[in-house]
Write a protein of this length. Structure first.
Ligand code: SF4
Length: 331
């Protein structure tokens, strides 16, 4: 299948210094230059094929959402390349990016924060349709908007209400409808269910999958919980401290996970044993600061299998079986 997205050696960094003077510090009787850089995304590569769901999973703060925002160029990449359907969009201007914005849409974790509270639902959908010329006139846009609202499970009479008049799950449906309004080919869903009640999560996940089958688009799905992505993913990348430490098909990751961090993520999922919810073990220790990355393997301070080489040398990515990659000295 043809690739819709290719991400190669992507990097994202944020300079915490407010200017050159902020970098000059007085230490032990002399002035030194001290830079404080957050290394949020560190040389990651993956491909997403047409109609595929690729999920990025990892603990909060591992760089998944920053990766998503960098791909869609809400933040300019600091290194590497992003190609959409073979076109390099890494360094194109905001104007050139407009035609890709229509094809690449994003669904956010907090739908309320991403919806204009002063706009009625119908206008939230109609405005981007007219801007991106998906509809020829207001009448056509309104008809299409009502169609989409029905597809996401909202009634026509709800179209004239404001976002605050809806529940969390309904607001996420509006966020999904807004993404669909411009007929995208690729959707980034950034933790789209993590702010919702567990009972609503399954409904929204099912809706996203039904829409994918109907409209044939591809997803980059961001989640911190492996159990959320189990049923919807074709392929996954497991992220730790801005790096993909393991990637492969759903079968590879769920049936034969190899990286100690992936295994630790699995052990952190609470399991039902008999009638009791077995307490999960969790992952020992804290994620190190992305301002001062550890030497060698980024996971070595928390890894139960750490060897002396792990402290010194960053492992290279190895393909341990077809299309199953891991970044670990054990392999
Ligand atoms: Fe653990 Fe070493 Fe593998 Fe890193 S490289 S995950 S420290 S065994």
């Amino acid at each position: 299948m043809e690739k819709i997205l290719s991400v190669n050696n992507l990097e994202q960094k944020f300079d915490l210094n407010r200017g050159i003077l902020d970098k000059i510090k007085f230490r032990n009787g002399r002035f030194i230059k001290e830079e404080r850089i957050v290394n949020a995304v560190n040389d990651i590569s993956f491909d997403i094929k047409q109609r595929e769901v690729f999920s990025l999973v990892g603990e909060s703060g591992c760089g998944k959402s920053t990766t998503a925002r960098t791909i869609i160029k809400l933040i300019e990449p600091k290194g590497g390349t992003v190609k959409f359907k073979g076109n390099n969009i890494t360094n194109i201007s905001g104007n050139e990016m407009l035609k890709y914005r229509k094809k690449m849409q994003m669904i956010f974790q907090d739908p309320y924060a991403s919806l204009n509270p002063r706009q009625k639902v119908i206008d939230i959908l109609v405005e981007p349709m007219l801007f991106h010329k998906v509809a020829n006139n207001l009448q056509e846009a309104r008809e299409k908007a009502l169609d989409i609202l029905e597809k996401v499970g909202l009634r026509p009479e709800q179209a004239t209400r404001y976002p605050h008049q809806f529940s969390g799950g309904q607001r996420q449906r509006i966020g999904i409808a807004r993404a669909l309004a411009v007929e995208p080919e690729f959707i980034i869903a950034d933790e789209p269910v993590s702010a919702l009640d567990v009972s609503i999560q399954a409904q929204i996940l099912n809706l996203l999958m039904e829409l994918k089958d109907e409209f044939n688009f591809s997803y980059l799905f961001i989640a911190h919980d492996l159990s959320v992505v189990k049923h919807i993913s074709d392929n996954l990348g497991v992220m730790y401290l801005g790096k993909i430490v393991e990637k492969g098909s759903k079968e590879h990751i769920f049936n034969n996970s190899l990286h100690p961090y992936t295994k630790a993520l699995f052990s952190a999922i609470p399991r039902l044993s008999g009638t009791n919810l077995r307490k999960s073990k969790g992952i020992e220790g804290e994620i190190p600061s992305p301002i001062s990355l550890p030497s060698g393997c980024f996971f070595h301070e928390r890894c139960p299998y750490m060897k002396p080489i792990c402290r010194e040398v960053m492992p290279e990515e190895k393909e341990v079986e077809k299309d199953h990659f891991v970044l670990c000295h054990l392999y």
